[in-house]
Design a protein around this ligand. Sequence first.
Ligand code: FES
Length: 95
Amino acid sequence: MEPDKSKIIVCRCEEITLADIEQAIAQGARTLAAVKVRTNAGMGVCQGMTCRRNIERMLQGLEPEDSAPHSPYRFPVRTVSVNDLSADLDKEDCP
Ligand code: FES
């Protein structure tokens, strides 16, 4: 019995399943960036640190969609409140 691919999570942050990734590939995604655009995989809190390698493995051996260079690496983003930002401004000497 084959496992249910719609229940296998590849990207935990965005809850993207193996079925979602395979569907994106079937629709023509051949790069990590193309899979990101179609599924949001790799765009969660960890920015692909957890799921990127598995998606890249799924893309290995496929014909390239395009040869445009891209960087799948992004630094994690954190929200900053306006109060925290303005606190730093209050410390500066304003003329
Ligand atoms: S597991 Fe995919 S972005 Fe975090």
